[in-house]
Design a protein around this ligand. Structure first.
Ligand code: FAD
Length: 289
């Protein structure tokens, strides 16, 4: 089933994003997580793709595991940096043969990220931007296509106007729905939707929810993602340095508040970055629904 058709008929629900485990133990633990989260009847589940295709085989393996679990609509992610069109075509054909109808189309990052993209020749790539991958997938087979969007602007863009212009091009290339980068101040999401609406972007946009657990890891992550950590969150979570369980509880309380605010503003479809763990996701979902 195509995710866009599910979104047309469901104005409420969750989706879960997983990453492909590197080891057998990791896979067993992911299977346990996935089974725990089945009870929440996700609208769909997705599987990320490593930088420059580094986890292609693992992504496929984990995607097929999700399919074998039977109850899910599954969407593998795919990036175009470092890939050639023949290999992408081959992968799309394989996915089609396995009845996969949805692809999350991303540019990806060159291997030197997080130290930066300076010096990387994007133009030398067969498919340079996500919009090129979106067009390519559109031409190669009837998939429903998801794209990434950035409430605070993508880190490589100079202004929010530039960001929304490129976002519009990506949607116009054929993306059917979008998932946002993490954000912790919902006003960034609401403002993004306003900018998007003015630009004529009217596809469904699911807010990407990043459960808060560790303030120090989060800050490192946010620097390379251009996501602002609100002062209040930083101060409150920092009070629990050296007490990881208390810090996680404090963080999860913030995430619950964030989700409640989104729901109260009418955004009742939430996409969760699960980090392959079920406990924190269950704590959030049990509190908000
Ligand atoms: P693009 O939309 O191509 O944008 C990249 C940059 O190029 C932006 O700054 C954009 O403004 C600019 N740009 C676009 N078009 C033009 C143009 N015509 N001229 C000049 N500049 C332009 N990465 C992975 O490796 N694997 C994953 O599985 C993965 N999953 C993700 C899931 C979500 C929900 C999100 C938000 C991100 C994910 N990423 C993943 C990260 C993503 O690959 C990076 O953020 C990457 O830097 C940009 O990808 P994009 O698809 O948004 O690229």
């Amino acid at each position: 089933m195509k995710i866009i058709d599910i979104l047309k008929t469901h104005d409420k629900g969750v989706s879960f994003e997983f990453y492909p485990p590197k080891t057998e133990n990791g896979m067993n633990s992911l299977i346990a997580t996935v089974r725990e989260l089945k009870a929440y009847k996700p609208l769909y589940v997705s599987m990320t793709y490593g930088a420059a295709g580094s986890t292609q085989e693992k992504t496929k393996e984990a995607t097929y595991m999700l399919i074998r679990e039977k109850e899910f609509v599954v969407m593998p992610h795919l990036t175009c940096i470092g890939a050639n069109v023949d290999s992408i075509k081959k992968l799309l054909n394989e996915y089609k043969q396995n009845n996969i109808e949805n692809i999350m189309a991303l540019r990806g990052d060159p291997p030197q990220v997080p130290s930066g993209t300076a010096g990387f020749d994007f133009k030398s790539q067969a498919l340079c931007y996500a919009k090129d991958l979106v067009s390519f997938i559109k031409e190669n087979g009837g998939f429903c296509i998801g794209a990434a969007v950035y409430p605070e602007g993508h880190i490589e863009t100079k202004t929010l106007d530039e960001d929304i212009e490129y976002t519009k091009q990506k949607i116009d290339s054929g993306a059917n729905f979008a998932v946002t980068q993490m954000f912790f101040d919902n006003s960034h999401f609401y403002n993004f939707l306003e900018r998007a609406g003015k630009k004529g972007i009217n596809i469904p946009v699911l807010p990407g929810i990043f459960p808060l657990t560790d303030i120090d890891k989060l800050k490192k992550f946010c620097t390379v993602a251009r996501t602002t950590v609100p002062k209040k969150i930083e101060e409150e979570m920092s009070r629990f340095r050296g007490k990881p369980q208390d810090m996680e509880k404090c963080g999860i309380d913030f995430t619950i508040k964030q989700c409640r605010d989104l729901i109260s503003h009418g955004y009742r479809r939430l996409h969760f970055f699960t980090f392959n763990k079920s406990e924190m996701i269950k704590a959030i979902l049990n509190a908000i629904f």
